[in-house]
Write a protein that binds this ligand. Structure first.
Ligand code: C5P
Length: 239
């Protein structure tokens, strides 16, 4: 893989406060193309943080996992896309009309420019069979994830966020053009933290992920730039 392509595949998760987020962004300029802003940073800092990261030349994955009535999600997706975010998340459990509304929202925000992409969370990796059963879902976790991924695809959603373990299955299900974004990625030898079922960056991409989300192995490293570059090198070396 070319180095520029490899850099496009790595999304660095900024699970930290604004000061540290901007410090990391300044350091990672030219080394990472994508940064992820999650709920904690967004609810603390609002749309300004997305704009600040965009101004520094990054693409932003705004991971707010929208889930509400279609009208509200349409408006939220439009507003989120107007911050300049390039990629948004919604919950597949919101069902077809809600997902179609998210797509309409990002289209309304784009006008003639390139629209933000939207990906769906199927089953949160924190949920097991017992948790699904609590909310009345008796399908096996994998079947439920497949069902929601197909529903997302049929409603104009660009792909899914899933674990590296599900990436090959999702690629098969959704086809070549889909975005398949996988967190739970750890370079060989990195601390697992609270992640349990992990894959290396090369494994995740090899199984069909279009992008990998990497947080602490980069942001918690003594040298985040070197840690990011090492991941890019691992992908460049991938056939
Ligand atoms: O630090 P780490 O690499 O574990 O960060 C992974 C990022 O991906 C975090 O922002 C986390 O919220 C997110 N994520 C995850 N597992 C999921 C979904 C999202 O780790 N199933």
């Amino acid at each position: 893989m070319l180095e520029t392509d490899a850099r496009e595949r790595v999304i660095v998760a900024l699970d930290c406060d604004r000061t540290r987020a901007l410090e990391l962004a300044d350091a990672l300029r030219g080394h990472a193309a994508w940064l992820k802003v999650g709920m904690t940073l967004f609810y603390a800092e609002g749309p300004a943080i997305v704009r600040e990261l965009r101004e520094r030349g990054f693409k932003v994955f705004l991971d707010l996992k929208l889930h509400d009535i279609p009208h509200q999600v349409r408006g939220a997706a439009e507003a989120a896309a107007r911050t300049g975010a390039d990629l948004l998340t919604i919950h597949g459990l919101g069902a077809g009309a809600m997902m179609a509304a998210a797509r309409e929202g990002v289209e309304a925000a784009a006008r003639d420019a390139e629209r933000a992409r939207v990906i769906a969370v199927t089953v949160l990796t924190s949920m097991d069979q017992a948790a699904l059963s609590q909310i009345g879902v008796e399908l096996p976790v994998a079947d439920e994830a497949d069902r929601l991924a197909r529903l997302a695809h049929d409603n104009g959603i660009d792909g899914v966020v899933c674990s590296p373990q599900e990436a090959a299955r999702m690629r098969e299900l959704l086809g070549e053009g889909a975005l398949i974004v996988t967190p739970g990625v750890r370079p060989a030898g990195a601390a697992l933290g609270d992640q349990s079922r992990v894959a290396t960056p090369a494994e995740a991409i090899g199984r069909g992920a279009s992008h990998i989300v990497v947080g602490r192995p980069i942001t918690g490293a003594d040298d985040p730039v070197a840690a990011c570059d090492a991941i890019v090198t691992e992908l460049v070396e991938l056939a």
